[in-house]
Design a protein around this ligand. Structure first.
Ligand code: PMP
Length: 400
């Protein structure tokens, strides 16, 4: 018998080596209590959260919580069914209406996660003989959506407008083409040049899908994302998003103005062959999305936090993923996994949680400490965070 686990041996060894030094497992942290969107208790210690993607801090919003409790009481704990059978409740229609209003678009389709939204929409839209042209640093759910479908995959260099154009030029003019982009790339926190990329895609007859998972609620005058901020939202064919970041719960979606969009509900397998979201979840999502439509003050504060953290870390001598802050993600680049893990643990001892990211999830084999800011972080908390980075950085020798 061939042990099917033997392919994981190199990873098991790396992991065992790292943990044999006495290091806390960076992928096994437990939140013992969650006090607020920015504070939790981990290993009995008060910990500031700087790695949760809870950008707008909606998880503890009293109206959001009340809506969830009410739906739980009135509709029960789950739907036990697919959206196309017994799993569409008034709450599912209400959250789709909230999304249509939020984006000012004609159609909205809600999935059980953002991962499934990418999986479903990409694999269903682009079939045999079609082409998917995608940024090489695309999220795993985009790659998995490609793998589930039968289209030809054409990757291009990250955020490189010329590379995208070159790829498009080489494809048969009559073939179906879907260009897949992200508003904010979550590893380095950089944004896409959507304006140029959308123009080029359209000039070559391609449809465009943009994953705005990390920009919804925050970027753009109405929080509709990078496409809104760059003035091209009307040229985007499909926007993918998630409820697991700014919205503060779980779920995924696609919004579109395409007149035939609704047919996807019958042919998209990751929509049809899975149970729909619980009523309490869609109720919290709908309430949160409607509140995010009036979130300007929070958006402004989040930008201030992002700028302050970026400038502070840079002044301390850390190497960052972007020259200037472009989103609510600030990535600190570490020289290797050992020092990355040591710095991650030192920060945890200081009372700060950030995300440790390592290859293959990261571009260019980088080890990153990813910080995602929240609109509920106070300015004082950002000062505290900078103090923690300074202490941990000096202790581990990452900064001089
Ligand atoms: N797209 C992007 C760009 C993401 O970063 C993520 C999650 N990290 C997803 C999609 C999937 O979202 P969800 O958590 O709702 O599955």
């Amino acid at each position: 018998m061939t042990d099917l686990f033997s392919k994981f041996d190199p990873l098991i060894e790396t992991r065992e080596q790292l943990l044999s030094t006495g290091l806390t497992d960076p992928f096994g942290l437990v939140m013992e209590e969650v006090v607020s969107p920015t504070v939790a208790i981990c290993s009995g210690r008060k910990t500031i959260l700087l790695g949760t993607y809870n950008y707008m801090g909606m998880t503890f919003d009293p109206e959001v919580i009340a809506a969830g409790k009410k739906a739980l009481d009135e509709f029960g704990s789950g739907t036990t069914g697919s959206r196309v059978l017994n799993g569409t409740y008034v709450g599912h229609k209400a959250v789709e209406d909230a999304l249509k209003d939020f984006y000012a678009m004609d159609h909205a389709m809600v999935f059980s996660t953002g991962y499934q939204a990418n999986l479903g929409i990409i694999s269903t839209l682009a079939g045999k003989d079609d082409y998917i042209i995608l940024d090489i640093d695309s999220h795993a759910s985009i790659y998995d959506g490609c793998a589930l479908g039968n289209a030809q995959i054409v990757p291009f260099r990250h955020n490189d407008v010329d590379a995208l154009e070159k790829r498009l030029k080489r494809l048969p003019p009559e073939a179906g083409k879907l260009v897949v982009l992200e508003g904010v790339y979550s590893m380095l926190g950089d944004i896409a040049p959507l304006k140029e990329m959308v123009a080029i895609s359209k000039a070559h007859g391609a449809m465009v899908l943009v994953d705005e998972a990390h920009s919804m609620g925050f970027i753009g005058d109405n929080g509709r994302g990078v496409a809104e901020a760059q003035g091209v939202i009307d040229d985007i064919d499909f926007i993918i998003g998630t409820f697991s970041k700014s919205v503060g719960t779980v779920g995924g979606f696609c919004v579109s103005n395409h007149p035939k969009f609704e047919i996807l509900r019958l042919v998209c397998r990751p929509y049809v062959f899975t149970a729909s979201l619980p009523p309490s979840v869609v109720a919290t999502a709908a309430t949160s999305i409607r509140k995010l439509m009036h979130g300007k003050a929070k958006r402004d504060h989040l930008w201030q936090n992002s700028k302050k953290l970026h400038a502070g870390l840079k002044a301390l001598g850390f190497k960052l993923g972007t020259e200037t802050p472009q989103s609510a993600i600030i990535a600190v680049i570490l020289p290797d996994l050992e020092r990355g893990a040591a710095m991650w643990e030192a920060l945890l001892h200081e009372g700060l949680y950030v995300n440790l990211a390592r290859p293959p999830a990261t571009p260019g084999n980088m080890t990153l400490l990813r910080c995602s800011l929240c609109a509920e972080h106070s300015s004082e908390q950002v000062n505290e965070i900078l103090g923690m980075f300074e202490a941990a950085g000096r202790r581990t020798g990452v900064i001089g």
